[in-house]
Write a protein that binds this ligand. Sequence first.
Ligand code: ATP
Length: 243
Amino acid sequence: MKNGKALMDKILSVEGLRKEFGAVSAVDGVSFDVGPGEIVGLLGPNGAGKTTTITMILGVLEPTVGQVRIEGRERMNFAAVYTPLPGNLTVTENLRVFGLIYGVDDLSARIEALVREFDLGRYADTKAGHLSSGEQTRLCLAKAMLNSPRLLLLDEPTASLDPSVAREIRAKIKAFVAGGTSGVLWTSHNMHEVEEVCDRVLFLSHGKILLQGDPRTLPGQHGHKTLEDLFVAVAREPLSYEG
Ligand code: ATP
């Protein structure tokens, strides 16, 4: 086996990542990876450092210390409610602009397929700024799928979706990842969703990964019935879970 093989098997590798804002260590020495065909959940209470971690992976924020390695950075994409798309462009115009930036082949057909897949047909000529928050989320996800990303970063992708649409979106993303070439890093505060979607979870607290494992077996290993019970226990008493 070639030496480079282990690295190639990972789409994302994060090593010793740290971000300090003045005296606050928002991310405090985090290491993990995401492989192809894998959905990894990044969990943790408000302020744990999830968004800061994602922003460093995106390259928007410079780490204080640490390394982020991404295989094929040009095929990464991202969706989050805090980065809405330009509100003065229509749904189709937004997808066209991003598709051109990404250099997507056969762009018109790709846009048509995504508009259908994310049920945006009725809004194709509506300005993004006039969409409801759930519709905007669907547009952000369609935009994130434009370049068939190898690494997809999703920061609370279903937070503003009604339960029926959220279920459809989870199924679409699971099906996309099941193709075996892409991986997802997914943040969510919905532990039922995490159990359903994630192959592996990382529990972040005060910028450190305290626990990680299979969301279906991890609670039992720590004496809890559900992932939500474990989440609450870790959030309340992080020190008792620290390595
Ligand atoms: P949430 O679940 O609320 O979205 P999070 O886990 O995404 O939380 P972050 O947004 O990463 O948390 O924030 C981690 C910590 O870093 C918080 O204490 C936050 O106040 C702090 N922080 C984030 N960005 C900055 C900044 N630019 N300047 C100073 N402090 C910051």
